[in-house]
Design a protein around this ligand. Sequence first.
Ligand code: ATP
Ligand code: MG
Length: 220
Amino acid sequence: MRDGPGRWRERLISAREEERRRLGRDLHDTLGATLAGIRLRLETAGAILTDEPEARRLVTEAAAETGRLIEQIRCVVGDLRPPELADSGLPGALRRLAAGLDGMSATVTADVPDGLPDLPPALELAAYRIASESLTNALRHASASTVAVRLRTDPRGRALILEITDDGVGAASTGHGRRGTGLASISRRAEELGGGCAVLPRPDGVRGTLVRAVLPWGRP
Ligand SMILES: Nc1ncnc2c1ncn2[C@@H]1O[C@H](COP(=O)(O)OP(=O)(O)OP(=O)(O)O)[C@@H](O)[C@H]1O
Ligand SMILES: [Mg+2]
């Protein structure tokens, strides 16, 4: 069978992902660039208007507001496609994510191989978001002293296996079965790709939580 439902779903997600990237680039290049130009002119005008304090105040305010708008656009664009992923690919982005959180309240490590196969952007984005939310959860809710991110391809090479393990209090003991936006969102991301995401007690008997996501690609 050339085009099973999994293949169609993947194409649909890839198309959506491509569209989001294009939107992000357009927002950045058009609105972002135009607003940066406007801010520059307002700042210049503000500097010239030394004899007109009221006009100067208004222009300076407008420049500051334009700056805030540029920042908001930057956030929206970053959310469409995190710049870390664009800059360093999935392995680099995961390492940077872990390094950025390491040492604040827990030791955070990333065990991520280089030389992954070429992955669909939608899959990379899902893996990054799942890791990011799970790390945040571990640091917010678990009182963990170590959190580890581990990425592997499965032996048949058709799926990413992403695991986030902590040695905290355990999701069952804090969540009372509650599923907030974060866990619902990471499950949906994995399921959209034909995979799944489970939040489990650690299987090695150590106290803590294991979040395990299986993210397949190229499924017939
Ligand atoms: N690693 C973990 N260790 C302990 N408890 C956890 C862990 N991950 C999740 N939980 C529990 O599961 C609950 C649901 O997590 P979820 O991410 O869905 O929501 P949240 O983090 O509370 O809020 P948000 O919607 O902002 O993510 C958490 O409130 C927490 O009680
Ligand atoms: Mg959360």
